[in-house]
Design a protein around this ligand. Structure first.
Ligand code: MG
Length: 464
């Protein structure tokens, strides 16, 4: 039964995504927007888009679809996703639509739906939207009730930037004369992050800061292997740090002053450590895929961690549930609720500048003071129909280690290694993420669980 409803599902982990004119047709976007507008009861909506070649066409369809079911639409044009989230909340809209495929290749695009609190819709709400869509039961407005579309390009920028700026000590950042290289990767953070860093008193150098939906500068997902130009530029320009953002500006990866790229759980660890130092005993939220370094930092500062399923929407919702200020993901997502509880690459860059200015130490020095682990990833083929049984057996067999089971099973062993075992949502495989103080330690624990999983699969196959 689950498989039938899966087939009918449009929404993935972060909205509806697909290759334009293949999976993501213009007809789909138009009708889906009518369903979304109906879900939001024909209320006020904010719409914005990323810099993809297909985004203007899709944004116009989305706005037309919303207006046709009676929504008044505020069109903010090109904007990073976190700014669209922010404006939806700031302008007290019923909801919002971001036309974006985040960091996916240029042929993709997608639709994200945002609620009045600025956070993306949850699974339950997405099912309701899908129900309206598949039953084609959207409510077309009478001719005289079709909504207005108000052009507001750039109108929210000042309010959005000020919301970030009031969370950091601008005078102190300014006094440090920091030099920062910003790499928006030809994405829409080119509209916000360089201005923000400049207004914080940093000297700003940019690379790939022309918005271009073909992403000619680099692959849209910032990873240590895609941001070589930024790494060299940070070093050659003698900058204090570099920041690379993804296509829609919600994720940020940092490069230290030596030109070394730091994966997202390193920068998150730094932000978490700073947060706990001024907010001892508080709670932060992170998916089970994040490094155990975060747990160690929390333990050393008497802080608490709430683990969530993998996925930014889960992190946002849990932060609201438990009243947490800070959340983070290993992929470079940092969520800071005093601004907005969604991940925001510009906010992350401001927080890092704030920490460097406060400490008076370089980024590499600050990171070297934090616990650090080596990561090793593996996968084991596993037929889809056995995934849940295998997972149940793994939970049973690791129960003596008191595992975290919100998503797969995560075990943190006393010898400093840890392992996360999760069935893939899309492929017939089980994923293994192992950590250890050394690369060997991480690989050993991954190998151990690789053979344990393979053995369980064999047993289940024989049982059947
Ligand atoms: Mg993104």
């Amino acid at each position: 039964m689950a498989e039938i409803s899966d087939e009918r599902r449009l929404f993935g982990t972060n909205g509806v995504r697909g290759v334009v004119n293949k999976e993501l047709t213009l007809e789909l976007v138009l009708e889906l927007s009518q369903a979304i507008g109906t879900f939001f009861k024909g209320g006020k909506m904010v719409v914005g888009c990323d810099g993809r070649t297909s985004s203007p066409a899709l944004r116009n369809l989305a706005m037309g679809g919303l207006a046709s079911v009676g929504c008044k639409v505020h069109d903010i044009g090109q904007a990073p996703t976190p700014m669209i989230d922010f404006m939806t909340r700031a302008w007290k809209a019923e909801g919002g639509i971001a036309v974006t495929a985040s960091h996916n290749p240029p042929e993709y695009n997608g639709i994200k739906t945002i609620k009045s609190d600025g956070v993306e819709t949850d699974r339950e709400e997405e099912l309701q939207i899908e129900k309206i869509y598949f039953s084609r039961s959207w409510k077309r407005a009478e001719w005289n009730r079709v909504g207005d579309i108000v052009e507001e390009t750039g109108a929210g920028l000042r309010e959005y930037l000020d919301s970030i700026k009031k969370e950091v000590d601008i005078a102190r950042i300014r006094s440090r004369n920091l030099k920062v290289v910003v790499d928006p990767g030809n994405g829409v953070s080119a509209l916000t992050t360089p201005i923000l860093m400049s207004e914080l008193g940093c000297k700003v150098i940019t690379i790939n800061a022309n918005i271009d939906g073909r992403f000619p500068g680099r692959f849209s997902e910032p990873r240590p292997d895609t941001i070589g130009s930024l790494m060299s530029l940070v070093k050659s320009s003698d900058a204090d740090f570099g920041v690379a953002l993804d296509g829609d500006g919600d994720r940020a990866i940092f490069v230290d002053e030596t030109g070394e790229a730091q994966w997202g759980d390193r920068s998150f660890a730094l932000v978490a450590d700073d947060y706990f130092s001024t907010n001892p005993g508080h709670t932060i939220v992170t998916p089970v895929s994040c490094s155990r370094a975060i747990k160690e930092i929390a333990d050393s500062r008497n802080g608490k961690i709430v683990w969530t399923k993998v996925g930014s929407v889960d992190v946002s919702h849990r932060m609201i549930d438990v009243g947490a200020d800070l959340g983070g993901e290993e992929n470079g997502g940092i969520f800071y609720a005093p601004h907005i509880p969604v991940r925001d690459g510009s906010m992350a860059a401001a927080l890092i500048a704030n920490i460097i200015a406060k400490a008076g130490q370089s980024l590499s020095e600050l990171l070297s003071l934090l616990p650090s682990y080596q990561l090793y990833k593996e996968k084991v083929p596993c037929p889809n129909h056995l995934k849940q049984q295998v997972l149940a057996t793994l939970r049973e067999r690791t129960s003596k280690y008191n595992p975290e089971t919100i998503d797969g099973v995560k075990v943190m062993f006393e010898d400093g290694t840890s392992v996360l075992l999760r069935p893939s949502g899309t492929e017939p495989i089980f994923r293994i993420m192992a950590e250890g103080k050394s690369a060997d330690a991480a690989r050993n624990v991954a190998d151990e669980y690789k053979s344990i999983i393979a053995k369980i699969i064999k047993e289940k196959n024989t049982d059947a």
